[in-house]
Ligand binder design. Structure first.
Ligand code: AMP
Length: 192
């Protein structure tokens, strides 16, 4: 199995690159952001709770997102592997994911970390906000908070996977195709 954590700050291009990877490697794409937005559209109690955090650019509680991922892993037992996009975002989520995957003997193969300059992130997010309809992409103070939350709570995961020799840094600047090539080369390397 190939289990990849696609990692990086908001606006790094995780969702865009995940689309290429699922096609090339027949993986299941698990984006907690997408799953939460689906809950909001369906007007579920979980969605309503999550929305109050998402609109401010804060993280949804760990127990909520871990529960969602656990359900998805159980419903895709036949999968070739998974791309985790936007998850894990805290050390507690990373530990929970390690445990869930250990139970099935299918550990994380690698964490692919997209590195993008901060100015570029803000420009990409504001541009996306013009078309995506995502409220959290339209407000500069929410965008800045998301980047700050990433720095404080999510960035430390580089050490979590680094200590397992699973952290791979990828230059996330350039065209979508250039970045896709870099990701493919890294995946070849980690499969050896
Ligand atoms: P994303 O689509 O990954 O940019 O996520 C959008 C928002 O959903 C984030 O700003 C958080 O409020 C929430 N979210 C997504 N994934 C997670 C996660 N793994 N843990 C906590 N909150 C999350």
């Amino acid at each position: 199995m190939l289990n990849l954590v696609l990692f990086g700050p908001p606006g790094a291009g995780k969702g865009t690159q995940a689309e290429f990877l699922i096609k090339n490697y027949q993986l299941i794409h698990l984006s907690t952001g997408d799953l939460l937005r689906n809950e909001i559209s369906a007007n579920t109690p979980l969605g309503n709770e999550a929305k109050s955090y998402m609109d401010k650019g804060e993280l949804v509680p760990d127990s909520v997102v871990i529960g969602m991922i656990e359900n998805k892993l159980l419903t895709h037992k036949e999968a070739n592997g998974f791309i985790f996009d936007g998850f894990p975002r805290t050390v507690e989520q990373a530990r929970a994911l390690d445990e869930l995957l250990d139970r099935n003997n299918t550990p994380i193969s690698g964490m692919l970390s997209l590195e993008v300059e901060e100015q570029e992130l803000m420009e990409r997010l504001l541009k996306r906000g013009e078309v995506s309809g995502r409220p959290d992409d339209r407000d500069l103070s929410v965008i800045k908070n998301r980047i700050e939350v990433y720095r404080q709570k999510t960035y430390p995961l580089i050490d979590h996977y680094g200590s397992q020799q699973k952290h791979f840094s990828i230059n996330g600047m350039g065209t979508i195709e250039e970045i896709a090539v870099r990701l493919r080369e890294t995946i070849q390397q980690l499969r050896k």
